[in-house]
Design a protein around this ligand. Structure first.
Ligand code: SAM
Length: 209
């Protein structure tokens, strides 16, 4: 468990208690990753624009929303349980009965964060260029190398200097995963990004140029 740069353990437990309800939402985030998203969002300026690619039922969205002071999270997802072939079967098994978008919106309302959230029903390919300024880009949609690289190449250019980028499912032992490949082949060799922290498999960087 990696929680470097969260100021201290007291702060970590305080954040954990602020987002305790995240455990009621279906998804794949660990507690440490949830804290990492909250912590990253809490460093954003007022009225920040967050773009989340891959929302599912809103586990990550909720953590980001709780960390934001003010601002908007644009949540891009087809909300139909589709995805790259390695994940599609799991998504189908876990989608539940009512439509995913309905489940997502209801849960965000119940948890009191819906005013921060704008769902964008569709694939990341459908919204390229729609967000001219992004303060925090969270990539957790298509996990194939091609899909993740597409998201990075088409959305990161709009990330503001000083803004943050995060990938879920970064695993140095799995270079075949899109997030690992993009971080290792694009981010780490770039002068435009610096590594900020790793929270379990949540890799966070900052745009510096
Ligand atoms: C791993 S889940 C996201 C989990 C979510 N961030 C959480 O914390 O619970 C991936 C989601 O991305 C969606 N997805 C797959 N390909 C996508 C694409 N090209 N654009 C946007 N969303 C995509 C899937 O349908 C699925 O809902």
């Amino acid at each position: 468990m990696v929680i470097r740069k969260i100021k201290n353990l007291g702060h970590y437990f305080l954040v954990r208690s602020r987002i305790a309800a995240f455990s009621q939402i279906d998804g794949w985030l660990t507690r440490v990753e949830a804290v990492g998203l909250f912590h990253t969002a809490s460093k954003l300026p007022d009225n920040a624009i967050v773009v989340e690619i891959g929302t599912w039922k809103g586990k990550s969205t909720y953590c980001i929303a709780k960390g934001l002071h003010k601002g908007k999270i644009f949540c891009i997802d087809p909300f139909d349980a589709s995805g790259e072939k390695e994940s599609a079967e799991t998504y189908q098994q876990r989608k539940g009965v009512s439509p995913l978008l309905v489940q997502f919106e209801q849960r965000m309302k119940e948890l009191g964060v819906h005013e921060y959230i704008t769902p964008m029903k569709g694939f990341s390919q459908d919204f390229v260029g729609k967000f001219p300024v992004i303060n925090f880009l969270f990539i957790d949609g298509d996990h194939s190398i091609e899909g993740c690289d597409f998201d990075f190449m088409n959305y990161a250019p709009y990330l503001k200097k000083g803004g943050f980028i995060a990938f879920h499912d970064y695993d140095p032992k799995r270079p075949d995963l899109g997030p690992t490949w993009v971080v290792q082949n694009k981010l780490l060799s770039s002068d435009s990004f610096k590594f900020i922290n790793l929270y379990d498999t949540l890799w966070v960087g900052e745009k510096i140029a």
